[in-house]
Design a protein around this ligand. Sequence first.
Ligand code: OOG
Ligand code: MG
Length: 259
Amino acid sequence: MRNEELKLLASHLDRATLEAREVEKLTTNHPQLSLSSAYKIQEIGIQLRQSRGEQTVGYKMGLTSKAKMKQMGVDSPIYGVLTDKMQLFSGQRMTLAGRIHPKIEPEIAFIMSSDLKGKVTAHQALESVGSVCAAMEIIDSRYLKFNFTLNDVIADNCSSSAFILGPLIKKPNEINLANLGMVLEVNGKPVEFGSSSAILGSPAESLAALSQMLHERGHFIPKGSIVMAGAATRAIALNPSTEVRTHVQGLDSVSLVIE
Ligand code: OOG
Ligand code: MG
Protein backbone atom coordinates (compact mmCIF):
# COMPACT_ATOMS: atom_id res chain seq x y z
CA MET A 1 0.00 0.00 0.00
CA ARG A 2 1.31 3.49 -0.82
CA ASN A 3 2.28 5.88 1.97
CA GLU A 4 -0.46 8.35 1.04
CA GLU A 5 -3.08 5.65 1.37
CA LEU A 6 -1.69 4.48 4.74
CA LYS A 7 -1.90 8.09 5.98
CA LEU A 8 -5.51 8.44 4.84
CA LEU A 9 -6.51 5.23 6.61
CA ALA A 10 -4.68 6.26 9.80
CA SER A 11 -6.41 9.65 9.90
CA HIS A 12 -9.77 7.98 9.17
CA LEU A 13 -9.34 5.80 12.31
CA ASP A 14 -7.97 8.76 14.29
CA ARG A 15 -11.07 10.83 13.50
CA ALA A 16 -13.35 7.92 14.40
CA THR A 17 -11.57 7.77 17.80
CA LEU A 18 -11.84 11.52 18.41
CA GLU A 19 -15.51 11.58 17.39
CA ALA A 20 -16.34 8.30 19.21
CA ARG A 21 -17.85 6.94 16.02
CA GLU A 22 -17.89 3.36 14.70
CA VAL A 23 -16.57 2.81 11.18
CA GLU A 24 -16.50 -0.07 8.70
CA LYS A 25 -13.42 -2.25 9.18
CA LEU A 26 -10.60 -1.36 6.77
CA THR A 27 -10.42 -4.80 5.12
CA THR A 28 -13.98 -4.43 3.78
CA ASN A 29 -12.66 -1.92 1.22
CA HIS A 30 -9.00 -2.97 1.33
CA PRO A 31 -9.02 -6.78 1.50
CA GLN A 32 -5.32 -6.79 0.55
CA LEU A 33 -4.27 -4.90 3.74
CA SER A 34 -1.11 -6.68 4.95
CA LEU A 35 0.23 -7.13 8.48
CA SER A 36 3.10 -4.76 7.75
CA SER A 37 0.79 -2.06 6.32
CA ALA A 38 -1.44 -2.51 9.38
CA TYR A 39 1.48 -1.81 11.76
CA LYS A 40 2.42 1.21 9.60
CA ILE A 41 -1.14 2.59 9.93
CA GLN A 42 -0.87 2.03 13.71
CA GLU A 43 2.45 3.96 13.77
CA ILE A 44 1.04 6.88 11.77
CA GLY A 45 -1.98 6.95 14.12
CA ILE A 46 0.41 7.26 17.09
CA GLN A 47 2.28 10.09 15.31
CA LEU A 48 -1.06 11.92 14.95
CA ARG A 49 -1.61 11.57 18.72
CA GLN A 50 1.94 12.82 19.36
CA SER A 51 1.28 15.85 17.16
CA ARG A 52 -1.52 16.71 19.64
CA GLY A 53 0.94 16.54 22.55
CA GLU A 54 0.44 12.94 23.68
CA GLN A 55 3.55 11.09 24.85
CA THR A 56 4.08 7.38 24.33
CA VAL A 57 4.54 5.57 27.65
CA GLY A 58 4.67 1.90 26.66
CA TYR A 59 3.09 -1.01 24.86
CA LYS A 60 0.18 -3.39 25.20
CA MET A 61 0.06 -6.98 24.12
CA GLY A 62 -3.26 -8.26 22.83
CA LEU A 63 -4.86 -11.61 22.06
CA THR A 64 -2.37 -13.44 24.26
CA SER A 65 -5.04 -15.73 25.74
CA LYS A 66 -7.20 -18.46 24.17
CA ALA A 67 -10.30 -16.83 25.74
CA LYS A 68 -9.61 -13.56 23.92
CA MET A 69 -8.64 -15.17 20.62
CA LYS A 70 -11.90 -17.13 20.71
CA GLN A 71 -13.98 -14.09 21.71
CA MET A 72 -12.54 -12.00 18.86
CA GLY A 73 -12.18 -14.78 16.25
CA VAL A 74 -8.46 -14.17 15.59
CA ASP A 75 -5.48 -16.34 16.30
CA SER A 76 -2.19 -14.66 17.11
CA PRO A 77 -0.80 -12.08 19.55
CA ILE A 78 -0.53 -8.45 18.49
CA TYR A 79 0.86 -5.28 20.06
CA GLY A 80 -0.23 -1.66 20.33
CA VAL A 81 1.19 1.55 21.79
CA LEU A 82 0.12 3.25 25.06
CA THR A 83 0.13 7.03 25.50
CA ASP A 84 -0.07 9.14 28.67
CA LYS A 85 -3.57 10.29 27.72
CA MET A 86 -4.83 6.71 27.98
CA GLN A 87 -3.81 6.33 31.62
CA LEU A 88 -6.51 6.38 34.34
CA PHE A 89 -5.84 5.93 38.05
CA SER A 90 -7.07 3.20 40.34
CA GLY A 91 -10.23 4.21 42.19
CA GLN A 92 -10.88 7.00 39.69
CA ARG A 93 -14.45 7.92 38.73
CA MET A 94 -15.18 8.24 35.03
CA THR A 95 -18.08 8.52 32.63
CA LEU A 96 -18.39 6.58 29.39
CA ALA A 97 -18.65 9.81 27.36
CA GLY A 98 -16.29 9.86 24.39
CA ARG A 99 -16.16 6.07 24.09
CA ILE A 100 -18.01 3.93 21.54
CA HIS A 101 -18.73 0.49 23.03
CA PRO A 102 -16.11 0.11 25.76
CA LYS A 103 -15.23 -3.20 27.37
CA ILE A 104 -12.87 -3.90 30.26
CA GLU A 105 -10.51 -6.81 30.89
CA PRO A 106 -8.23 -7.99 33.70
CA GLU A 107 -4.49 -7.81 33.05
CA ILE A 108 -1.03 -7.76 34.60
CA ALA A 109 1.40 -4.93 33.80
CA PHE A 110 5.15 -4.44 34.04
CA ILE A 111 7.24 -1.29 34.53
CA MET A 112 10.64 -1.68 32.90
CA SER A 113 13.80 -0.83 34.86
CA SER A 114 16.06 -1.19 31.81
CA ASP A 115 15.76 -1.38 28.02
CA LEU A 116 14.62 -4.74 26.66
CA LYS A 117 15.65 -5.63 23.11
CA GLY A 118 15.57 -8.51 20.68
CA LYS A 119 14.95 -12.21 21.12
CA VAL A 120 14.98 -13.05 24.85
CA THR A 121 13.66 -15.77 27.14
CA ALA A 122 10.92 -15.02 29.66
CA HIS A 123 13.56 -15.26 32.40
CA GLN A 124 15.81 -12.71 30.66
CA ALA A 125 12.81 -10.43 30.03
CA LEU A 126 12.03 -10.34 33.77
CA GLU A 127 15.54 -9.09 34.52
CA SER A 128 14.55 -5.81 32.83
CA VAL A 129 11.39 -5.45 34.95
CA GLY A 130 11.39 -3.06 37.92
CA SER A 131 7.86 -3.67 39.17
CA VAL A 132 4.71 -5.57 38.35
CA CYS A 133 1.06 -4.85 39.15
CA ALA A 134 -2.58 -5.82 38.71
CA ALA A 135 -4.05 -3.82 35.84
CA MET A 136 -7.16 -3.38 33.71
CA GLU A 137 -7.54 -2.30 30.13
CA ILE A 138 -10.49 -0.56 28.53
CA ILE A 139 -10.74 -1.58 24.90
CA ASP A 140 -13.03 0.26 22.49
CA SER A 141 -12.71 -0.92 18.91
CA ARG A 142 -13.38 1.78 16.36
CA TYR A 143 -15.00 -0.87 14.15
CA LEU A 144 -18.71 -1.59 13.81
CA LYS A 145 -19.88 -4.17 16.35
CA PHE A 146 -16.31 -4.76 17.58
CA ASN A 147 -15.84 -6.92 14.50
CA PHE A 148 -12.47 -7.13 12.69
CA THR A 149 -9.69 -9.27 11.23
CA LEU A 150 -6.19 -9.42 12.73
CA ASN A 151 -4.83 -6.72 10.40
CA ASP A 152 -7.80 -4.43 11.06
CA VAL A 153 -7.30 -4.55 14.82
CA ILE A 154 -3.54 -3.93 14.50
CA ALA A 155 -4.23 -0.80 12.40
CA ASP A 156 -6.68 0.33 15.12
CA ASN A 157 -3.89 0.24 17.75
CA CYS A 158 -5.33 -3.04 19.05
CA SER A 159 -8.61 -1.47 20.23
CA SER A 160 -6.76 0.43 22.99
CA SER A 161 -8.70 3.11 24.82
CA ALA A 162 -7.44 3.33 28.43
CA PHE A 163 -5.41 1.46 31.02
CA ILE A 164 -5.33 1.48 34.82
CA LEU A 165 -2.48 0.23 37.01
CA GLY A 166 -2.84 -1.06 40.57
CA PRO A 167 -0.22 -0.48 43.29
CA LEU A 168 3.28 -1.31 42.00
CA ILE A 169 4.83 -4.41 43.59
CA LYS A 170 8.61 -4.49 43.55
CA LYS A 171 10.82 -7.51 42.91
CA PRO A 172 8.78 -9.51 40.39
CA ASN A 173 11.30 -12.32 40.70
CA GLU A 174 9.90 -13.22 44.11
CA ILE A 175 6.46 -14.02 42.71
CA ASN A 176 5.67 -16.97 40.47
CA LEU A 177 3.97 -14.96 37.76
CA ALA A 178 2.99 -18.08 35.84
CA ASN A 179 0.03 -19.08 37.98
CA LEU A 180 -1.74 -16.24 39.77
CA GLY A 181 -5.51 -16.33 40.21
CA MET A 182 -7.27 -13.33 38.63
CA VAL A 183 -10.87 -12.21 39.29
CA LEU A 184 -12.81 -9.42 37.62
CA GLU A 185 -15.65 -8.12 39.82
CA VAL A 186 -18.56 -5.83 38.97
CA ASN A 187 -20.23 -4.18 41.99
CA GLY A 188 -18.50 -6.70 44.25
CA LYS A 189 -19.72 -9.74 42.27
CA PRO A 190 -17.11 -11.92 40.54
CA VAL A 191 -17.93 -12.13 36.82
CA GLU A 192 -14.76 -13.47 35.17
CA PHE A 193 -12.18 -15.83 36.65
CA GLY A 194 -8.79 -16.60 35.15
CA SER A 195 -5.17 -17.36 35.80
CA SER A 196 -2.09 -15.49 34.70
CA SER A 197 -1.10 -18.76 32.97
CA ALA A 198 -3.79 -17.90 30.39
CA ILE A 199 -1.48 -15.07 29.21
CA LEU A 200 0.79 -17.09 26.85
CA GLY A 201 1.66 -19.44 29.75
CA SER A 202 2.94 -16.51 31.83
CA PRO A 203 2.90 -12.70 31.47
CA ALA A 204 6.71 -12.94 31.36
CA GLU A 205 6.36 -14.97 28.12
CA SER A 206 4.13 -12.21 26.77
CA LEU A 207 6.83 -9.63 27.59
CA ALA A 208 9.46 -11.73 25.81
CA ALA A 209 7.12 -12.13 22.81
CA LEU A 210 6.64 -8.34 22.68
CA SER A 211 10.40 -7.79 22.66
CA GLN A 212 10.75 -10.17 19.74
CA MET A 213 7.80 -8.73 17.79
CA LEU A 214 9.15 -5.18 18.24
CA HIS A 215 12.62 -6.32 17.19
CA GLU A 216 11.18 -7.65 13.92
CA ARG A 217 9.93 -4.12 13.20
CA GLY A 218 13.14 -2.36 14.34
CA HIS A 219 11.91 -1.27 17.78
CA PHE A 220 12.57 -2.14 21.44
CA ILE A 221 11.04 -1.59 24.89
CA PRO A 222 12.75 1.44 26.52
CA LYS A 223 13.51 1.72 30.25
CA GLY A 224 10.55 3.21 32.13
CA SER A 225 7.96 1.76 29.73
CA ILE A 226 4.67 0.36 30.96
CA VAL A 227 3.83 -2.99 29.34
CA MET A 228 0.33 -4.45 29.54
CA ALA A 229 0.78 -8.21 29.14
CA GLY A 230 -2.71 -8.97 27.77
CA ALA A 231 -6.05 -10.09 29.18
CA ALA A 232 -6.45 -13.32 31.14
CA THR A 233 -10.20 -13.66 30.45
CA ARG A 234 -12.84 -12.40 28.04
CA ALA A 235 -13.55 -8.67 28.13
CA ILE A 236 -16.90 -7.52 29.54
CA ALA A 237 -19.02 -4.55 28.43
CA LEU A 238 -18.70 -1.47 30.67
CA ASN A 239 -21.98 -0.07 31.97
CA PRO A 240 -22.84 3.10 33.90
CA SER A 241 -23.27 2.98 37.70
CA THR A 242 -20.81 0.17 38.27
CA GLU A 243 -17.62 -0.34 40.19
CA VAL A 244 -15.21 -2.66 38.40
CA ARG A 245 -12.32 -4.26 40.23
CA THR A 246 -9.63 -6.80 39.36
CA HIS A 247 -7.86 -8.80 42.05
CA VAL A 248 -4.65 -10.62 41.19
CA GLN A 249 -3.34 -13.14 43.71
CA GLY A 250 -0.23 -11.67 45.37
CA LEU A 251 -0.54 -8.38 43.48
CA ASP A 252 -3.28 -6.40 45.24
CA SER A 253 -6.21 -4.98 43.24
CA VAL A 254 -7.14 -2.19 40.85
CA SER A 255 -10.54 -0.52 40.45
CA LEU A 256 -12.55 2.01 38.52
CA VAL A 257 -15.93 3.64 39.20
CA ILE A 258 -18.18 4.21 36.19
CA GLU A 259 -20.68 7.03 36.82
C1 OOG B 1 -8.22 -6.58 20.72
C2 OOG B 1 -7.34 -6.21 21.87
C3 OOG B 1 -7.04 -7.41 22.74
C4 OOG B 1 -6.05 -8.23 24.94
O1 OOG B 1 -5.65 -7.96 26.08
O2 OOG B 1 -6.17 -9.39 24.54
C5 OOG B 1 -6.42 -7.10 24.05
C6 OOG B 1 -9.68 -6.68 21.11
O3 OOG B 1 -10.07 -7.62 21.80
O4 OOG B 1 -10.46 -5.81 20.69
O5 OOG B 1 -6.21 -5.98 24.44
MG1 MG C 1 -5.90 -5.94 26.61
